[in-house]
Design a protein around this ligand. Structure first.
Ligand code: ADP
Ligand code: MG
Length: 238
C-alpha cells in the first residue's frame, strides 16, 4: 500500500475548468470517500489519479513519486467501475486472470492469485461461469476480484454499487469494508450517497463544483460541518 497525494490539482476540458485546485492527502492504508453531487468532479479526480485523464495543473503522487506522466499500467493502481466492465465471452476465472496474463505472469502464479482472490470474495464456486450466469452482486465481486489479483498499492472505486438494489448495496458496503480491513490497501472510493460515505469512510472529502468543501472523519463532518453546503448535503440523505 502507498499514500496518495493530490496537490493543487486543476483540470480543464478545452476552455472549461472543472477542477479548481484540489488538495487531498491520503495516508497509507486509509479508506477515503469522495462525496458530492453529480457533476462536482469526483470521477474526473479519480480518473486523474488512475491516469485515465491528464492533469492540467498540479501534481498527483503515489507514495513519494509524482505519477502525472506515468501511464495507468505503471501506477500500481487498480480501479473498479460502476458498470463492472467484465468481458462477457470470458469465464469468471479468465476475467480475473486477464490483466495478469497480459503482463506475462507465469500461469502457476496467475492461478494462485485468482484462487486466493476467489476465496476472499466467495467466488470459488463460480470460477467456470460466464458473467451472464451471475447475479449483480456476484458480478460486482468479480470486478473487485480483477482489482485484487493485481495486488495494487491503491484501489479506486467509482460508484461501484449504484447499479445494485438497496439491500445488496448495504451488504456490499460491508463486504468492501471487510475486504479493506483484511488487505489494508489504500482506497479512494467515490459515491454521491451520503449514507455510503458516512458508514464506509475513515475520512470523507466533500466536494462541490470542482472544489473541496471539507475533509474530515464522518462524525466530525456531521457534528461540525464547515459551511451550509456541507451541512445540507451530509444532513439530508437522498
Ligand atoms: P461526477 O463524477 O462528480 O458526477 P464528473 O467528474 O463526471 O463529475 O464531471 C465533472 C464535470 O466535468 C462535469 O461538469 C462534466 O460535465 C465535466 N466533464 C467530465 N468529463 C468530461 C469530458 N470528457 N469532456 C468535457 N467535460 C467533461
Ligand atoms: Mg461520476
Amino acid at each position: 500500500m502507498s499514500s496518495v497525494t493530490v496537490r493543487k490539482v486543476r483540470k480543464s476540458f478545452g476552455a472549461v475548468e472543472v477542477i479548481h485546485g484540489v488538495d487531498i492527502d491520503i495516508a497509507d492504508g486509509e479508506f477515503v470517500v469522495l462525496v458530492g453531487p453529480s457533476g462536482c468532479g469526483k470521477s474526473t479526480l479519480l480518473r486523474m489519479i488512475a491516469g485515465l485523464e491528464s492533469v492540467t495543473r498540479g501534481a498527483i503522487l503515489v507514495g513519494e513519486r509524482i505519477v502525472n506522466h506515468l501511464p495507468p499500467s505503471e501506477r500500481d493502481i487498480a480501479m473498479v467501475f460502476q458498470n463492472y466492465a467484465l468481458y462477457p465471452h470470458m469465464r469468471v476465472k479468465d476475467n480475473m486472470a486477464f490483466a495478469l496474463r497480459l503482463r506475462g505472469m507465469p500461469a502457476s502464479e496467475v492461478e494462485e492469485r485468482v484462487g486466493r482472490a476467489a476465496e476472499i470474495l466467495g467466488l470459488a464456486p463460480y470460477l467456470e461461469r460466464y458473467p451472464r450466469q451471475l447475479s449483480g452482486g456476484q458480478r460486482q465481486r468479480v470486478a473487485m476480484g480483477r482489482a485484487i489479483v493485481r495486488d495494487p498499492q491503491v484501489f479506486l472505486f467509482d460508484e461501484p454499487l449504484s447499479n445494485l438494489d438497496a439491500k445488496l448495496r448495504v451488504q456490499m458496503r460491508t463486504e468492501i469494508k471487510e475486504l479493506h480491513q483484511r488487505l489494508k490497501t489504500t482506497t479512494v472510493y467515490v459515491t454521491h450517497d451520503q449514507v455510503e460515505a458516512m458508514t464506509m469512510a475513515d475520512r470523507i472529502v466533500v466536494m462541490q463544483d470542482g472544489r473541496v468543501e471539507q475533509i474530515g472523519e464522518p462524525l466530525e463532518i456531521f457534528d461540525r460541518p464547515a459551511n451550509l453546503f456541507v451541512a445540507g448535503f451530509i444532513g439530508s440523505p437522498s
